[in-house]
Design a protein around this ligand. Structure first.
Ligand code: UDX
Length: 435
């Protein structure tokens, strides 16, 4: 089946490579000529497990093509489906900026006909499809919604083995095309209206984000009442109605999706005349959570002005080089504003972090180098590398054996046994460990 994908960012490239892997003839378009040249050589401009290998293989075997020319997608034959995988950034008020989608649709409308189903992968507010039809300039073209549920770091595996496939369509033709394009993937398929698909996507991310904010809030309470959040998480998660996934408290969650989609749901509801009461606090709590952690660090170190601190982990999640909305950056900026001198290390995200932190911090070539002579170590991303470091050596590098664990994931008992003073979020400590 001939397929076009517009936009080769994180969503589009995973989409294109995985559909080629399923056997389709895939044409990916991007306006960035340098990116397209790199992709043709099989070079992926960001870190995602398994993606470079998949892109190289599919390019080599002739199923995956990259171009800067939109008209290339209609050469020979019309694609049966065109996936739009373009950014939909949000403004301060949470509104979704659809300008990239608009430009692409206006161009697309001049070259495709009704046999192609225009399918939106980008996360869009429910009810956007009418605008898309207007921009296409042809209301006979099917506009469908097919939201993604990919986690950065495991996006290829998530695409090929998803929990569900969500298809929002208005016609049998669109349903048929989108069902066929996913043939070969073993997962339940939900066929609903475009509005339901779009709301379900916002609802999924808002539900996950609310779990995290609620658990973070309970962790903050644990600090006050002297309870241990790690045990609370296990006890709460053992109820099958709740489940134990996505319950780990920490210094805030990040990424390109949760904050954006939660705000956009709030904004969409307001635009339609409904004022949500539960959604705004999810975002407010998450904005404050890294700063609470900074307060803890300042209290424990009696201020940070002039003090050298090490940060391990800048990416918002492990297995990615993405630092968008990363709590690690919020923590770094707040500590720098308070006068700290910071050296950072991340196994993958040094280049992307440099774009955000610039010359404000020093960049180390290894975790141990970052720790050298620091008065405390902050571990802010759950990279496996950081659980596997030789902690006995780390203690020799640090000026003081103090660790702040922003993800509550390190082996705390082990570290304490080795002489570290360990701090996290909502971790109960025997008074003897609190020094
Ligand atoms: C998320 C959704 O999971 C995905 O379905 C959607 O399509 C896009 O948004 P992603 O942002 O890539 O994916 O990563 P995810 O694994 O969901 O993590 C988001 C944030 O939550 C990270 O900062 C992570 O560290 C944090 N998190 C996750 C926690 O703080 N605690 C947890 O228990 C789980």
């Amino acid at each position: 089946m001939k397929v076009a994908v517009i936009g080769t960012g994180y969503v589009g490239l995973v989409q294109g490579a995985c559909l080629a892997h399923l056997g389709h003839d895939v044409w990916c378009v991007d306006i960035d000529a340098q990116r397209v040249a790199e992709l043709k050589r099989g070079e992926v401009p960001f870190f995602e497990n398994g993606l470079p290998e998949l892109v190289s293989k599919e390019v080599e075997e002739g199923r995956l093509h990259f171009t800067t020319q939109l008209t290339d997608i209609v050469r020979g034959e019309m694609p049966e489906v065109v996936f739009l995988c373009l950014p939909t950034p949000y403004g301060q008020d949470g509104s979704c900026d659809l300008s990239y989608i608009e430009t692409a649709c206006r161009d697309l409308g001049t070259i495709i006909n009704e046999s192609a189903v225009v399918t939106i992968k980008s996360t869009l507010p429910p009810g956007s499809n009418n605008k898309i039809k207007q921009w296409l300039g042809n209301d006979q073209i099917d506009v469908a919604s097919n939201p993604e549920f990919l986690r950065e770091g495991s996006a290829v595996a998530d695409f090929l083995g998803p929990d569900r496939i969500l298809i929002g369509v208005e016609s049998d033709h669109a349903r048929d095309v989108l069902t066929r394009v996913h043939a070969g993937i073993d997962a339940p398929v939900f066929v609903v209206s475009p509005e339901t698909a779009q709301l379900a996507k916002y609802a999924s991310n808002t539900m996950l984000a609310s779990r995290l904010s609620l658990m973070n809030e309970i962790a903050n309470i644990a600090d006050y009442v002297g309870a241990d959040i790690k045990d609370v998480e296990k006890i709460v998660g053992s109820d099958p109605r709740i489940g134990d996934k996505f319950l780990r408290a920490g210094a805030g969650f990040g990424g390109s999706c949760f904050p954006k989609d939660v705000l956009a749901l709030e904004h969409t509801a307001r635009q339609h005349g409904y004022t949500p009461r539960l959604i705004q606090p999810i975002i407010e709590l998450n904005r404050d959570q890294p700063l609470r952690f900074v307060d803890l660090i300042k209290r424990r170190l009696n201020g940070v002005n002039g003090k050298r601190l090490a940060i391990w982990g800048l990416a918002f999640n492990k297995n990615t080089d993405d630092v968008r909305e990363s709590p690690a950056l919020a923590i770094a900026h707040a500590l720098l504003d308070a006068g700290a001198v910071i050296t950072v290390f991340d196994p993958r995200a040094m280049t992307s972090a440099r774009r955000e932190l610039g010359d404000r911090v020093e960049y180390a070539s290894s975790a141990l180098n970052a720790a050298n002579d620091a008065e405390a170590l902050l571990v802010l991303t759950e990279w496996d590398d950081f659980t596997q470091v030789p902690w006995a050596q780390v203690i020799g590098y640090l000026r003081a054996p103090i660790v702040f664990d922003g993800k509550n994931f390190l082996p705390h008992d082990e570290l304490r046994a080795q002489g570290f003073s360990v701090h996290g979020i909502g971790l109960w400590q025997a008074p003897s460990d609190q020094a």
